[in-house]
Design a binder for this molecule. Sequence first.
Ligand SMILES: Nc1ncnc2c1ncn2[C@@H]1O[C@H](COP(=O)(O)OP(=O)(O)OP(=O)(O)O)[C@@H](O)[C@H]1O
Length: 258
Amino acid sequence: MLDKLAFAGVRFSYGDQPILHDFDLRVGKGEFISLIGPSGIGKSTLFQLVAGLLQPQAGSITINGTLMENRLGMVGYMPQRDALLPWRTVVENAALPLEIKGVSKKEAQERVRGELPRYGLSEWADAYPTELSGGMRQRVSFLRALLSGTDIMLLDEPFSSLDGITRMEMQEWLMEMWQETGSTMLMITHDIDEAILLADRVIVLTGKPIEKPVELQVNMERPRTTGYRNRAEFLSLREEIWELLRQNVGKQSIGREV
Ligand SMILES: Nc1ncnc2c1ncn2[C@@H]1O[C@H](COP(=O)(O)OP(=O)(O)OP(=O)(O)O)[C@@H](O)[C@H]1O
């Protein structure tokens, strides 16, 4: 099967600080990948490379088997904090990427209104971001990211600012959205449980520079619920990931939520 996204022999450094060395990663179409690793290892840098905001100094990054420098329009990006524009309503915020692509304002907003029911936001179409809960804001942010890219979504710690209950609701919601949209998703998280629960594969990033990431397959059937956290196979994966990360404690600090 053709890779949706592939890093092959990628090298990247900031000045004399190496981040990636001979780095390979292959992501299949429709796969859900979690990326976990110590703070400062280069996870956000990896996303910037995928988006084409940074270019590799050696090796290649391909999307659908094609090498291209400008990959920005090929991916949707959902940041840690929602970055919604406070002076725009829900519909106006979500319609922004379509307007930037040249779709008329009216058509863009109609399309967004059509999407809102499955985001649980129909009643909130004309509300401003300050009127929304954290979970609602992240759902708007997700919709906006989906409308701005094609079918690759980069989620950078999407739920780290949410309280525990909302976070669990949003994890289940995201799993549903992933299955509905068939998008290829890459999610950075510092939360081992979240990494396992959502993903087909967990990529554990260690070392400086990152060279050979450890890839762990998550073989639990879908649809999954947050209750899967108590299963034996879940607990053993968690232990395995923690062991890999623990070896780096002292060298680097692990994200606060682990
Ligand atoms: N524009 C830049 N110029 C120079 N160094 C940078 C730049 N951006 C990031 N770095 C450094 O590169 C390393 C990797 O940063 P990056 O933000 O990719 O890590 P991260 O794994 O996403 O961290 P965190 O988990 O804390 O968000 C860090 O040491 C950081 O200080």
